[in-house]
Design a protein around this ligand. Structure first.
Ligand code: PSU
Ligand code: MN
Length: 293
């Protein structure tokens, strides 16, 4: 694992650092807006007073903190793979470039000593046939704050929420008591707890550490100016029907569904996705500062 000099120095001095996921760059958004959004996230963290550290695999090496040139190369690399926990070692041994999923990023960020991580939406339980993201189990055993806008709207939200409960993953709504639904700020499902400020989120994480709980703390931040829940639901149903008809499954499923949603919505879902990614980066920086302070 190679930790960038500025990141290593900040960690050593107890300064706030925010890890950023890279599958959203390699597989979540289309080129060239993926690079624009990655830069906007990096900017949002920096302006929020924390140091951004994009995590990815470059030529098989785990990198914590990319330079501007490296970020650009990763965003433009159409051959970049998608690294989760089950293929991380194989991709490293094969000297591959890869974006890291929430599962892999959380694992690597924690190993690097980073306490806060921002992404768009976590993976979870797909609608039938059976497919559950490694994100859930990874989050159950990685003590790190993860700021997202809920699970991706392409998933079975109710089943994913139940799995988080079963796995003992800590969940709080940021100024909401309802589960945010990624592209939509709200959903019919209730959350077990809420916080009103970055300081409160930091206090929950400190309590978790003091209790010795092994899991992540998920801070669910509703997107501003999101899309109506029922509208997104209709697009999700259509996209899932197409995926089933075309036999798309496995690690290709999530990228396929996100792309189809963007097409079906005339770009609306991508606009919401971009906005929430930057908003989550901003909130993550504030929580990292509260934790460091
Ligand atoms: N959020 C996005 N776009 C994405 C993802 C999340 O806005 O592409 C990625 C994350 O990296 C997440 C992964 O961990 O999708 C889940 O993929 P799977 O369902 O195959 O585990
Ligand atoms: Mn899967």
């Amino acid at each position: 694992m190679r930790i960038a000099d500025d990141v290593a120095e900040a960690l050593e001095n107890g300064q706030p650092v925010v890890a950023l996921e890279s599958t959203v760059i390699t597989h979540g958004l289309a080129r060239p807006e993926n690079l624009e959004v990655a830069r906007a996230m990096v900017d949002a963290v920096a302006r929020g007073g924390a140091l951004p550290a994009v995590i990815a695999l470059l030529e098989g090496e785990v990198r914590v903190g990319l330079s501007e040139g490296e970020l650009e190369a990763l965003a433009e690399n159409t051959d970049a793979e998608k690294a989760s926990l089950w293929n991380l070692a194989a991709l490293a041994a094969g000297k591959k470039d890869a974006g890291t999923t929430v599962a892999a990023t959380a694992f690597l960020a924690h190993r690097a000593g980073i306490a806060v991580f921002a992404t768009g939406g976590i993976g979870g339980v797909h609608l039938a046939p059976f497919d559950e993201s490694a994100d859930l189990v990874a989050l159950s055993k990685t003590p790190i704050v993860v700021v997202s806008s809920g699970m991706k709207s392409i998933l079975d939200l109710e089943a994913t929420l139940e799995r988080l409960e079963t796995l003992g993953v800590a969940v709080v709504g940021y100024r909401t008591s309802q589960l945010p639904a990624f592209h939509s700020p709200t959903s019919p499902y209730s959350l077990p707890a809420r916080v009103e400020s970055p300081e409160e989120a930091a206090a929950v994480f400190k309590a978790q550490r003091a209790l010795g709980l092994p899991s992540a703390l998920l801070v669910f931040n509703p997107v501003s100016e999101g899309l109506p829940f029922e509208q997104v639901g209709a697009w999700v149903e259509a996209a899932n029907r197409e995926a089933r008809a075309q036999g798309i499954h496995g690690k290709a499923l999530t990228p396929f569904l996100l792309r189809r949603l963007a097409e079906l919505s005339g770009g609306e879902t991508d606009r919401a996705n971009r906005r929430l990614l930057v908003e989550n980066a901003r909130l993550a920086a504030a929580i990292a500062r509260a934790l460091a302070g």
